[in-house]
Design a protein around this ligand. Structure first.
Ligand code: FAD
Length: 293
């Protein structure tokens, strides 16, 4: 089954992102979260791809296990960082051999300092659209790419970054998952700007459950945008009260999600950090759980 198949639905769904486990304890946590979410039938589950060798092996193994041991539809992230084209072909071939049909094609961040300068592998690729082309040339993959509601930090400007997104779609990408944002209107305006360029591909919003001040800081870091005053006023006074912060953060994310669904968004992609509780709570409040007989 492909992600595109799973997203061809007339009622909204959710999907989740996991990270490769760092050690055995982490692996146990991850698989607990996987099992807890499995019954809620997410549209797909993705596993991020790290900068180093062993974490990459764990991404590959974890995705393979999801494909063979669960009812979930897995999607493997893959990046061009530190890979020759021959190595990329190997990884892609392994995915194909293990029944993984969905890949999120990314350039990846430079190892070490994610905001440092990009360095292309001498036998590697320079941009994500080239990885999309490679995947397309190697098999019948369903390919996703990254999109940036506030623009990618290295892009010349916001329009040039949309040019790049369109280049990735032209290369054969089926859908894009968006980097974190704070206000639903920010995502919706971005979606309008992409649509205004004549593109009707699916843009999936990325959702971070704001359960702790750390997750909030992570959202500021990843989105590349400052925390809006409106949300600062709601969340920052609760920074010392873990329980109150969590409750308010879940409220914020539920409201954001409701607004997106009201505007016709058909999939919400949750960053889980290998925990399922917050996602289950928000998804339950939104009523997205498929009513299984
Ligand atoms: P690209 O699309 O290649 O774009 C990179 C930059 O180059 C952009 O500024 C773009 O505007 C510019 N550009 C592209 N083409 C051209 C061109 N022809 N001429 C001039 N400029 C051009 N990172 C990981 O390491 N592992 C992960 O698993 C991972 N998962 C992610 C999941 C999501 C949903 C998102 C949004 C990001 C993820 N990232 C991950 C981070 C991502 O790899 C970085 O943000 C990276 O810096 C950009 O990747 P990209 O695929 O968008 O790159």
């Amino acid at each position: 089954t492909t992600v595109a198949d799973r997203l061809r639905t007339d009622r909204p769904v959710f999907s989740v992102e996991f990270m490769p486990p760092r050690d055995e304890a982490d692996e146990a946590l991850l698989w607990r979260a996987v099992r807890e979410l499995e019954g809620m039938d997410p549209a797909f589950v993705s596993v991020t791809y790290g900068a180093g060798g062993s974490s990459r092996d764990r991404t590959i193994r974890t995705t393979g296990r999801m494909a063979t041991e669960t009812t979930l539809v897995p999607m493997a992230h893959l990046t061009a960082v530190d890979h020759s084209v021959a190595e990329l072909r190997n990884v892609i071939g392994w995915y194909a051999a293990h029944g993984i049909r969905n890949v999120l094609a990314l350039r990846g961040d430079p190892p070490g300092d994610p905001n440092g300068p990009w360095v292309q592998h001498p036998q590697g690729l320079n941009y994500a659209y080239e990885l999309v082309e490679l995947l397309r040339s190697l098999g019948d993959f369903c390919v996703g790419v990254a999109a940036f509601p506030y623009g990618h930090p290295a892009a010349a400007d916001a329009e040039a970054d949309i040019d790049n997104l369109l280049r990735k779609f032209d290369a054969g990408a089926d859908f894009a998952i968006c980097q974190l944002f704070f206000e639903p209107e920010d995502f919706l305006r971005f979606r309008d700007r992409v649509a205004a360029r004549g593109c009707d591909k699916l843009l999936i919003p990325g959702i971070m459950p704001l359960t702790t001040p750390k997750m909030l800081a992570k959202t500021v870091e990843l989105s590349g945008a400052p925390l809006p005053d409106r949300l600062a006023a709601r969340l920052q006074p609760l920074a010392e009260d873990a329980k109150a912060f969590r409750a308010e953060g879940i409220d914020v994310i539920t409201e954001t999600s409701r607004r997106l669904l009201a505007e016709g968004v058909t999939d919400l992609h949750f960053y889980t950090f290998n925990r399922s509780k917050a996602t289950r709570e928000v998804v339950g409040r939104l009523g997205l759980v498929p009513a299984r007989a």
